[in-house]
Design a protein around this ligand. Sequence first.
Ligand code: NAP
Length: 540
Amino acid sequence: MTSRSVDSAAEVDVLVVGAGFSGLHLLHRLREDGYSVRVLESAPEVGGTWYWNRYPGARCDVESVDYSYSWDDDLQQEWEWTEKYPAQRDILAYLSHVADRFDLRKDIELETTVTGATWDESASRWAVRTEDGREYTAQFLVMAVGCLSVPKEVDLPGLEHFGGQILRTWNWPEDAELTGRDVCVIGTGSTGAQVVPALAEVVRRLTVVQRTPNFVIPTRNRPLAEGELEAVKAEYPERRRRNAGHSAGVFRSDNPKNAMEVDAAERQATFQERWEGGGINFLGSFADLMFDQAANDAICSFVREKIGEIVEDQKVADLLKPDSYPLGAKRPVVATDYYETFNRPNVSLVDVRANPLEAFTESGLALANGEQHDFDTLVLATGFDAFTGAFTKMEIRGRDGLLLRDVWQEEGPKTFLGLSSAGFPNMLMPANAGSPSVLSNMVTSIEQHVSWIADLLAEMRARGLRTIEAEPEAQEKWVEHVEEVAHMTLWPNGDSGSWYRGANIAGKPQLFMPYAAGVVEYGNALERSAKSGYAGFVLA
Ligand code: NAP
């Protein structure tokens, strides 16, 4: 692992920003196809999201055997997953192995933060700058930056007055020692719901600050049984095909029935069976859960009942019950023993929706009603500047000096097919806003994009073309279509404050960012465009 094993400046065909799942796959594929490729990564190790999010309890909620690359059969046959759902450290070990096994490190510069990129019209190339003053030029700039890679700016009143230590779940310090501490966690999203049970086991007292309650589905993680991994490996190609053929990019045995077309007993039994099975499969209980308010109400009631059964103190249980948005409108949370954790004597819940957080003090926080909560360590699990944060923090200038930050802060991330934004030629954006990305198994979506990008580059090389860029009209139509599809579902409903539409950040333009029609429909749109000579893009 070295950050300086390659030339310190370079002219390459393709410059990739980010060495997570996308960046590593792009490097491997495009290098095989004969392009010179350089990957720049700000972290000291590959892994992207899975390098930064190493807080206690971090785990993926897609099964290990599916949250992995399908493009090399030897790799998938030799890698040994040990648990049903992979822990952060296992995913990081896997990606590190991929980097070594395919000799990727020689083209990756670690600890290299890209600060800006400018399109040079005369050369038809990007000039890319890094924090430490290096410069690169590339025909293509591929922003493999992830959807959740820039934490939301802290918006907590008077935080500067707090005298204890502050930790973020993002970039969690390896040497953090919280045994016996009095800790407060702010945030009860996917991250908060994972870190809370993990910390509750080691700290002296844990205060959990909740603003909007989430629907938390039990993970039911377990070690893989003897022979289970071998059985998957024996039918891997078929499994991968099934995953790619499901709208979520991972096969789920979805119930084709509608919730309101069966009787109450069958509805209850189905929810119960899926709840016991655990994980995101719970959402496949019925076909209409995201389309029919009554069906969604039924699944919400089921979860609220479960919360009431698990949590002993009914006042706490009531606070934990979401009631202001449909299940799924906010990213469903999957975690282990989340509700059970509130039965521990060392854990308390503070609701700042009814009784807002007034200010931080030297020793903790004060609420509007005068209540004071003391602790020596504050953990922020407050979420991300999703989709756009990694782009807008860089100075990316396209045609005629157009600044991407200005355009996206005004209008949101407008793209055609999520891949290209008008005015920014040859800048490609795998698995981000405008494509299924976070509403799918990210690895499946990334693989879909990497092969599309590889085919595009091959076509451009064959036809002697230099640039590709979204057509403004096609882009407008695509953004409308993404919004329209979201409105066919219950996703945009309720006061979820969801990062899916930028609502978790004050002043961020709100539009539904991921493409809700899923991986298969989206794949058809990609193919239609490619087959008709990349309709919707301007190639020159
Ligand atoms: P998040 O879902 O945006 O949750 C942030 C939490 O912080 C929310 O509970 C939010 O409350 C709270 N918060 C933010 N600012 C606050 C403030 N000023 N005062 C009080 N509370 C505040 O972020 P996340 O939990 O990091 O998850 C982000 C995404 O990462 C997930 O949705 C998921 O896609 C991914 N993820 C996945 C996994 C997994 O695979 N299992 C694990 C972790 C993360 P409000 O809701 O009221 O705003």
